[in-house]
Design a protein around this ligand. Structure first.
Ligand SMILES: N[C@@H](CCC(=O)N[C@@H](CS)C(=O)NCC(=O)O)C(=O)O
Length: 210
């Protein structure tokens, strides 16, 4: 098997998405640290790999691939015969829809505001901007309700088999669940609460999201 190199930070939700998939597949890979908090991800060296300075980037067979959706679907195809993508076309579309909702509507309010303000800012000696957190609750709830309406209500988001959609949402819930507003943002999405009770117990979640 080709050597897989993941550039990124263990704390990154998107890096965790890729690592959850790789761990679930049982693939070997190397994580090469690129820090997003000290300017390293904006260095000319890293921007040559990822022009937007985000993590993760995958390097395989001399190819550089960025964007978590592209990385995970590639890895699932070449390493797992698409075991982590539903075969049925509508379910496959639902998986991509959940990934896009997370990218476009959930990540910014949930991680960019609630988690950064509630967990990261205080951990660095700063003070949480409560107004920013309050304003981020409604858009977070809207995105979660959209995912809830798509979720199948069985063990995983799209049925009995874990999929890339779960690997997208799990790292976000790992952080959100540590914030004081977790109960408020998930109060109207009971299926996702039940999903989280089970998904959070997956052995690889404990391994990757610690
Ligand atoms: N669209 C990108 C998003 C990746 C992303 O936002 N990663 C965050 C870490 S979870 C990051 O690199 N943040 C650093 C920054 O915005 O400067 C993907 O799908 O990979």
């Amino acid at each position: 098997m080709s050597k897989l190199l993941i550039y990124g930070l263990t704390a990154s939700t998107y890096v965790r998405t890729v690592r959850l998939l790789l761990e679930e597949i049982g693939a070997e890979y190397t994580l090469k640290s690129v820090n997003i908090f000290n300017g390293e991800s904006q260095s000319p060296e890293y921007l040559a790999k990822h022009p937007f300075g985000k993590v993760p980037t995958l390097e395989v067979d001399g190819e550089l691939l960025y964007e978590t959706a592209a990385i995970t679907e590639y890895l699932d195809t070449v390493l797992a015969e698409r075991k982590f993508s539903p075969a049925e076309p509508m379910l496959q579309a639902r998986m991509r829809q959940i990934m896009a909702i997370i990218d476009s509507y959930l990540y910014a309010p949930a991680i960019g505001t609630i988690v950064i303000q509630s967990l990261i800012v205080p951990s660095q000696g700063g003070k949480t901007d409560e107004a920013k957190v309050k304003n981020a609750i409604a858009p977070t709830q809207t995105a979660l309700k959209a995912i809830e309406s798509i979720a199948r209500g069985s063990q995983y988001l799209l049925g009995d088999n874990v999929s890339i959609a779960d690997f997208y949402l799990i790292p976000i819930f790992v952080y959100l669940a540590q914030t004081p507003v977790f109960d408020a943002v998930t109060a109207e999405t009971p299926k996702l609460r039940t999903w989280w009770d089970k998904a959070s117990q997956l052995p690889n979640v404990k391994k990757v999201c610690k």
